[in-house]
Design a protein around this ligand. Sequence first.
Ligand code: UDP
Ligand code: MG
Length: 317
Amino acid sequence: MDISVVVPLYNEAESLPELFEWIERVMAEHHFSHEVIFVNDGSTDHSWQVIEQLSQQAPEVVRGIKFRRNYGKSPALYCGFEQAQGEVVITMDADLQDSPDEIPQLYRMIREEGYDLVSGWKQKRYDPLSKTIPTKLFNATARKVSGIHNLHDFNCGLKAYRREVVKNIEVYGEMHRYIPYLAKNAGFKKIGEKVVHHQARKYGVTKFGLNRFVNGYLDLISLWFLSTFGVKPMHFFGLLGSLMFILGFISVIIVGFGKLYSMHAGMPYRLVTESPYFYLSLTAMIIGTQLFVAGFLGELITRNAPERNHYQVEKRI
Ligand code: UDP
Ligand code: MG
């Protein structure tokens, strides 16, 4: 099979028939063999009935997954990826903001130009300003942290992947914003971008509020930490802990010797407990020790992680 289209959706009943018809039109024009996987993420409207109808209409094309409750876009993508059979996997939002007309070009970039992942770039967006401005900032940070400097739009719903990519990354939580970063961490280096058409939402409302930006940043920090220290937490906590401890230790010695020296020289002196530096160094030593212990705990946890020895083996002979 050439293409799997994965569509995560939450309360998008009005858009689905139009979206499906459009996808079918594009696929027929270009003679692709394909499937469309609708992942109904616990919709409370009649999205599932619509998917059932579409599936009766085209049983060999339409696949449907229905969650019992709303889990989020990342879990929906995860399950869609698990099921996808096509050589190229395309994800798109269900709200008709992404255009199926981009599919043939994305497919060509993966198959002929050898990209592992091609992300859409909504260069001209039809979204409110309250969304486009924070998005610019968000993308700048994501570029810096991930080291993928050529992407302008990390969170674009329209993306294309080589099948190996989706089978070897694990999207969870709200990590759908950082799939290129996940792919890069899994060793897929050829990540490209294509300018895509974007439209204003035709039906329904957006499913993400402004808290997407706060959560997005926190997730980015977690991802950075995991990709840098995930299997060797001691390298992070141990370094910080040692620095703190040494700092505290040296200053406590200075405080102690300072007093001994003053006594010896017959100068006026104070109790060490009267010096604020004494308490500062004590605190530094305690925090240093705690960071160290956190490092050991981290090591114990990673030692037990089932994926501690999962590597991406590309080829064997
Ligand atoms: N979506 C989902 N589960 C959710 C929230 C959103 O499957 O919990 C889907 C939604 O139906 C749409 C896509 O994710 O197909 C993108 O959502 P939306 O269009 O609301 O995001 P925006 O375009 O505002 O970034
Ligand atoms: Mg949308």
